[in-house]
Design a binder for this molecule. Structure first.
Ligand code: HEC
Length: 229
């Protein structure tokens, strides 16, 4: 009987605490049961806590400020991260600029986008593995458009025949990135560098080096880069 009473009281207290915690409105998030989970002690790049006493009740800091105070006095924009300089353009680790061509600009891609990855045996070996992972199912191991999925889908390009053999590398890169007709875009699945390795493999091995262009130093490549999709 006694145990039942105690658990009743505990239950009531818990319900009370839960209801109290629900009293959230506007900027008040209600009672926080585990504040460390909501507030990062580390600097948040896009926000900063300017209230010096924020989290003071559990603070272990030696400077006497609240646990969550994390303002960066050197940035006037209420963020810890600095804003990039106007007109700054992001580059990825390989130095590539963003790929800005739209899906319909296939022809332009063929004319202007050059392969920045130097051609060598290692690249061809990696290109083969990537081709087998991403293209085999439709285009088949020899590129003849007879992969198992390709046979079901139908209308898969035979990369070894006709005008396909002369496709510029930028064209193939663009098709992989943005897709074309019945072929879906692979830009979100394959990194730009790996797409270029596949292009090398298609040109050199599937198409026997026909219509292949020279590669350019990565630093010169201004058109190529991470697709925005
Ligand atoms: C789901 C099946 C599928 C996969 C996977 C696939 N393709 Fe395709 N691909 C197609 C089809 C279908 C076409 C014909 C597109 C059209 O013109 O309608 C095509 C066309 C092409 C073309 C010719 C483009 C043109 O201008 O006509 C190239 C080049 C190509 N694919 C390369 C690749 C490469 C490289 C990969 C691997 C990264 C790949 N494809 C993966 C189905 C696929």
């Amino acid at each position: 009987m006694k145990i039942a009473n105690i658990s009743n009281i505990l239950g009531l207290a818990l319900t009370g605490a839960l209801l109290f915690g629900c009293k959230a409105d506007g900027d008040n998030q209600g009672l926080e049961y585990a504040p460390q989970m909501y507030h990062s002690v580390a600097y948040e790049p896009l926000t900063q806590i300017t209230e010096e006493s924020e989290g003071a009740w559990l603070s272990t800091r030696e400077d006497g400020k609240g646990e969550f105070y994390n303002s960066n006095i050197y940035n006037p924009h209420n963020m810890n991260m600095r804003e990039p300089v106007a007109n700054t353009v992001p580059r990825n680790q390989q130095g590539y600029l963003p790929y800005r061509l739209k899906a319909f600009e296939l022809e332009k891609a063929g004319e202007t986008v050059m392969n920045p990855v130097a051609l060598n045996d290692e690249v061809l070996k990696e290109g083969k593995v990537l081709y087998e992972q991403y293209c085999n199912a439709c285009h088949g191991s020899k590129g003849e458009g007879d992969g198992l999925a390709g046979q079901v889908i139908g209308g898969v390009a035979n990369l070894t025949g006709g005008a396909y053999v002369d496709l510029p590398e930028g064209h193939i890169y663009h098709v992989i990135t943005k897709g074309k007709g019945r072929m879906g875009a692979h830009g979100s699945q394959i990194t730009p560098e790996n797409r270029w390795k596949i292009v090398h493999y298609v040109k050199q091995e599937i198409q026997g080096g026909q219509g292949a262009q020279g590669t350019v130093a990565a630093a010169e490549v201004t058109e190529v880069e991470t697709p925005a999709n």
